[in-house]
Design a protein around this ligand. Structure first.
Ligand SMILES: Cc1cc2nc3c(=O)[nH]c(=O)nc-3n(C[C@H](O)[C@H](O)[C@H](O)COP(=O)(O)OP(=O)(O)OC[C@H]3O[C@@H](n4cnc5c(N)ncnc54)[C@H](O)[C@@H]3O)c2cc1C
Length: 451
């Protein structure tokens, strides 16, 4: 019997969930498969989000939504309890625990030699047609189907800020925050989830650390309620949707729910992808320009424990929220002198560290591998420039808009077509839907596919 070969580029949660679903499906079908998971930093099953070792970095999703197996919602909680952890369905476990879980489920999904899993540490540099992945060190991974699971790119460089030992350009890089909690003040650019991570880590590393968090609107992520909210239905018109209709319906639902927006968010969450497709290109742009930032802080909430820790830091003056923009920075002493425009006035602030937490850079061509795929016409950016253009099943579209039959994308790369595609529940569903497609692509003779 032939063995299908599937190469997954990117070994984070998206790549791991894809591998898990392919291996489990192959086991159920008693077919042979070899999955190769390629990760440039060797952070297989951990990636950006779950490589942290800080126990105060908690999942921002309740445990019962974080199962690695579609259709088995209790899987993560059962695993955690079996591992001796105090886990409840509605609780928020450390992200490091989740990384351990994903690694174990991934390893347990393989059954060599019939259903083999190969973990490769290396950087994908290009595709050889749709037959193989070429690595930067010259190795080649032959594959019947390729999955692009590259996740988010590092933040865009900050204009006017030089490279400096105390300028952390990518807070998600391995060990990036290692020296930062030395007691010197820290300016974090951005006030989202990454800022929360940085503030918790550096103030715990040294209690004297003062963190300044700077962003245009100074919006902080909201907190989850202690008890999960019951989903509230949001009544929307059928057919194409305008942002104005959406906002009106949401406000109406919040009023009807006595001002409690959490239930409304729960009601909207499973429908986000459908609503995004109904918005149409022009309306999507309006959403991104005017609504997305407010949506993000309500949608991506932090656990109550993290919110309490943040409130304590603010009350004690160790976390100071600044509203404005960064104008530049120069080296000063051992740290940096930052110029920031605050309330219309440019001010200078001497800080020990500057951390870029402005969020992932949307442009896929900032990544050399993806830039190569776009320049050779094997892929193209989506219309909004948020990721790669792909069909509803993740099939990557080439320069002419034709969906490929052997190259697929999962996770954040699909943001342009799905919008809600960065959290585990959505990625898990994509992986489960893609698994049969991958086994099928691998089994159909190539001549038939390319004819
Ligand atoms: C700090 C943080 C916390 C989060 N917390 C949660 C949470 O609690 N719950 C939730 O549901 N979601 C959470 N998320 C959302 C998160 O995006 C997903 O859960 C998930 O981690 C996305 O994984 P990914 O594999 O798509 O991306 P990544 O984790 O970024 O993994 C992509 C991998 O691809 C590798 N790679 C990139 N280019 C190449 C190349 N050319 N060759 C080889 N390898 C390459 C990278 O090194 C990386 O390891 C969080 C995200 C972040 C950043």
């Amino acid at each position: 019997m032939d063995t299908s070969s599937i190469a997954v580029v990117g070994g984070g949660a998206s790549g791991a969930l894809t591998a898990i679903h392919v291996l489990r499906l192959a086991r159920a079908r008693r077919t042979r498969v070899a999955v190769t998971l390629i990760d440039q930093h060797g952070r297989h099953a951990l990636g950006q989000a779950y490589a942290t070792t800080d126990p105060y970095h908690l999942l921002n999703t309740r445990a019962d939504r974080m199962s690695a197996v579609e259709g088995a919602p209790g899987h993560f909680v059962s695993w955690a309890r079996a591992a001796g952890l105090d886990a409840s369905e509605a609780g928020f476990l450390p992200r490091a625990v989740y990384g351990r879980y994903l690694r174990e489920v991934l390893a347990a999904s393989a059954e060599p030699p019939a259903r083999a899993l190969h973990l490769i540490t290396g950087t994908a540099a290009g595709l050889e047609g749709d037959r193989a992945v070429r690595l930067a060190d010259g190795r080649r991974v032959a594959a019947d189907a390729v999955v692009l699971a590259l996740g988010n790119r590092a933040p865009a460089p900050l204009p006017g800020v030089p490279a400096h030992a105390r300028h952390v350009a990518d807070p998600w890089a391995a060990g990036a925050l290692a020296g930062v909690g030395d007691g010197a003040s820290v300016l974090v650019l951005g006030t989202g989830l990454t800022m929360v991570d940085v503030a918790l880590t550096v103030t715990r590393a040294h209690p004297g650390t003062v963190v300044y968090a700077l962003s245009r609107r100074g919006l902080l992520p909201r907190a989850h309620p202690p008890v999960p909210a019951t989903p509230v239905p949001v009544v929307l018109p059928d057919g194409p949707l305008r942002v104005a209709d959406l906002l009106r319906a949401v406000r109406r639902a919040v009023r009807a729910n006595a001002g409690d927006w959490h239930g409304v968010m729960e009601g909207l969450r499973p429908r986000t992808q459908e609503l995004w497709t109904r918005l149409g290109p022009g309306e999507r742009r309006i959403f991104l320009d005017r609504v997305a930032r407010y949506w993000e802080v309500h949608r991506h909430r932090i656990p109550p424990a993290s919110a309490a820790a943040l409130a304590e830091l603010r009350d004690s003056g160790r976390l100071r929220l600044l509203r404005g923009g960064l104008a530049g920075a120069v080296p000063a002493g051992t740290g940096l002198r930052v110029r920031a425009e605050l309330d219309g006035t440019v001010r200078e602030l001497d800080v020990g560290w500057l951390v870029n937490a402005t969020g992932p850079r949307p442009d896929v061509t900032s990544d050399p591998f993806l830039a190569g795929l776009v320049s050779t016409g094997a892929a193209r950016r989506d219309a909004l420039g948020l990721g790669l253009d792909a069909g509803p099943d993740g099939a990557v579209r080439d320069a002419k808009g034709r969906p490929g039959e052997r190259v697929f994308a999962v996770g954040p790369l699909l943001r342009g077509s799905l919008y809600e595609t960065t959290a585990v529940p959505e990625i898990r569903a994509q992986a489960a839907a893609l698994a049969p497609r991958l086994l099928e692509a691998a089994r159909v003779p190539r001549a038939r596919l390319t004819a």
